[in-house]
Design a protein around this ligand. Structure first.
Ligand code: SF4
Length: 196
């Protein structure tokens, strides 16, 4: 491992330890686990979701429930290898009734910035309105921009609907598939944008 990576890994390990004991907001009282991250220690592409659900809270791992299965199928379709991607959420503790909690999101903002800094992905895919607006608050609703190529801090960013939305409406399930095709097509056409 090169010294820079070693240094970053040490910083990540220290940050993870601190995050796992975080008491910065009210969700610390009801959670079972702080759901930090899963994936490569050096992800080229980072999926950013909104918040953990019941299964994620139980296991301490993001996107392992029903929406996680949809995301896994998308990852397979994009042909991403294990060392190429990572998955995290804007909020790391489960909000009550699975409703996105803005107070908790504000309390979790510094952690999100730190995760993005340490993971340093070359490409970001946001999942759902709240994940998109955590990074690009000025853009429109995710339904207006999903599947398009945007930019965040000089990196390409593609917003997608949240995978859980695909269970709610047939139109969202169809949109998810068509946006995914555009993303797959774009990644394929550009070679991997991170290999240059
Ligand atoms: S949601 Fe974020 S800020 Fe709130 S307790 Fe959990 S880790 Fe800390």
């Amino acid at each position: 491992m090169n010294p820079l990576r070693e240094d970053r890994q040490r910083s990540w390990d220290a940050a993870s330890k601190e995050m796992s004991g975080c008491l910065r907001c009210h969700l610390s009282r009801s959670r079972n686990h702080v759901v930090i991250y899963r994936g490569s220690p050096t992800p080229k592409l980072l999926f950013l979701g909104e918040a953990p659900g019941a299964e994620e809270d139980r296991l301490g791992v993001p996107f392992v429930g029903r929406a996680g299965k949809t995301l896994s199928a998308a990852i397979a379709r994009l042909g991403l290898t294990e060392d190429e991607y990572g998955i995290t959420n804007v909020i790391m503790c489960r909000p009550e009734a699975n409703v996105f909690d803005r107070k908790a999101a504000t309390a979790c903002t510094d952690w999100l910035r730190l995760k993005l800094h340490l993971l340093d992905p070359r490409f970001v895919v946001t999942l759902g309105d709240n994940a998109l607006h955590a990074l690009l608050p000025e853009v429109g609703r995710v339904t207006e921009v999903a599947g398009s190529l945007l930019s965040w801090e000089q990196r390409p960013l593609v917003p997608l609907l949240h995978p859980a939305a695909t269970f709610r409406r047939k139109a969202y399930a169809e949109r998810w598939q068509s946006d995914l095709s555009r993303l797959a097509d774009w990644l394929g056409k550009s070679g991997r944008p991170w290999s240059s």
